[in-house]
Design a protein around this ligand. Structure first.
Ligand code: HEM
Length: 418
């Protein structure tokens, strides 16, 4: 069965494709054209995410098609050692420990460490939007893609002036690995990726003589000069990973959440009056429309799922989006229902040893953004005639645009925080 991810319905509403994959052949299919095994059922995706012995991460960040020789030569110069998302045992438990110690990943620690940064950046962007009363604005460029990157750069200690090039490199990496660029584009994107890696190496090298209470400084302090704990190249590699994983994903969550919330004006207004409703709304958004809806693994040995045996060495696409709509896991899965008691069983932040380290930060950013935007701009609406379209990609489900109209007046109750 074919996924056909770069054309047709998959680019506007993939749920029909997921339903077809869930229904047939134990939910496990081989897509000849992609050269990937598609795994769709909740129990199977959950198992594959958790079972690091059978399903490895080594090829998670390797392009899903045959890259042309010129681009391959550039990619080969990126000597970033595998850490976190691309690492398997024994490296992964060690680099994961470094992340757990240094990156705040519980609601309390995230609030304490990053809460002020998040509120300051949200308020800045909300004020900028409010100043555009009466205009049609693309929320992707003006808000959803902007906020998580600004927050992340503040956390890492990277100058905000670097936003444009980091965004271009990160977008390019996503297109190069999980998209379908033509050879000329592959060469351009691979060149960008190499520059991006060199940039991360320089960033870390400049901090080696100490100083700085930002995240890069903290990772270097954690290492304490000991390569057995973490090498300098691994520090650069973690920064390289975070600079993509930490914003492209949250940008997706924000766009999915805002699109849905703005489509129902009553719900939108209610967020300002009853912010306690926002977390359940976000959990259901994560289930219903995950920012990453397919993620790669490679089998380390033959594995039988849904009665189908996948050979060793096979690349598998874990269809998180389909798993979140599996009727065996969720009642009426195609109904968006923030009241459902089990929305948190979604797999949108992964599961098991690689579970997303930034989940608490993403929730804080999205919750703060929704409540403060709704309070400041209760009249924000999707632009008439908006048609949803996603960028062609196997993993990241990112809106191309989210046009809205900003109401002409701003209520006086909104007070940006300093
Ligand atoms: C809505 C937002 C987000 C989504 C949907 C998301 C999704 C995911 C998923 C599915 C994984 C599992 C990968 C695997 O099993 O191989 C993951 C891992 C990871 N995420 Fe996130 N993520 C989000 C936000 C963030 C943020 C804000 C950060 C950091 C600032 C972050 C950093 C990471 C890292 C470093 C890993 C790798 C962890 C490991 O391999 O041990 N993510 N994320």
């Amino acid at each position: 069965m074919r996924l056909n991810p770069f054309a047709g319905a998959y680019l506007t509403d993939p749920a029909g494709v997921w339903a077809r994959l869930l229904a047939g052949d134990g939910g496990v299919h081989h897509d000849e054209e992609l050269g990937l095994w598609l795994i769709s059922r909740h129990a199977d995706v959950r198992r594959a995410l958790a079972d690091a012995r059978s399903f490895g991460n080594a090829l998670t960040l390797a392009p899903v098609y045959d890259v042309c020789p010129e681009a391959l030569a550039l990619v080969a110069q990126i000597d970033a050692p595998p850490t976190t998302a691309a690492a398997d045992p024994p490296v992964h438990p060690r680099t994961r420990r470094a992340l757990r110690v240094t990156f705040a990943n519980t609601p309390e620690r995230v609030e304490q460490r990053y809460g002020r940064i998040v509120r300051r950046r949200v308020d800045e962007l909300v004020s900028r939007l409010a100043a555009r009363g009466g205009e049609e604005v693309d929320l992707v460029t003006a808000f959803t893609a902007e906020l998580p990157l600004l927050v992340l750069l503040d956390i890492l200690g990277v100058p905000a002036g670097d936003v444009p090039r980091i965004r271009a490199w990160a977008d390019g990496q996503i297109a190069l690995i999980w998209g379908r660029p033509d050879p000329a584009e592959q060469v351009r994107l691979a060149g960008g990726l190499l520059e991006f890696w060199r940039y991360c190496q320089d960033l870390v090298r400049r901090r080696l003589d100490g100083g700085g209470d930002d995240y890069v400084g903290e990772l270097l302090a954690y290492r304490h000069g000991d390569d057995e704990v973490l090498t300098v190249a691994e520090v650069s590699s973690i920064v390289f990973n975070l600079l993509v994983a930490g914003h492209e994903t949250t940008a997706g969550l924000l766009a999915h959440a805002l699109e849905r919330a703005l489509a129902e004006p009553d719900r939108w207004r209610s967020f300002a009056e009853r912010p306690e409703r926002v977390p359940a709304f976000l959990a259901e958004t994560l289930r219903f429309a995950p920012a990453i809806d397919g993620w790669l693994r490679v089998t380390n040995r033959p594995v039988t799922l849904g009665g189908v045996t996948i050979p060793a060495g096979a690349r598998c696409l874990l269809l998180i989006g389909a798993a979140n709509r599996d009727p065996a896991a969720f009642r009426h899965p195609d109904r968006f229902d923030p009241e459902r008691p089990d929305a948190h069983d979604h797999l949108s932040f992964g599961h098991g040893p690689h579970f997303c380290i930034g989940a608490a930060l993403a929730r804080l950013e999205a919750g703060t953004a929704l409540t403060r935007l709704a309070a400041a701009l209760p009249g924000l609406r999707l632009a008439p005639g908006h048609h949803r379209a996603f960028r062609p990609n196997l993993a990241f489900r990112a809106h191309r645009a989210l046009p809205v109209t900003v109401a002409a007046t701003v209520p006086s109750g909104h007070r940006p925080e300093g």
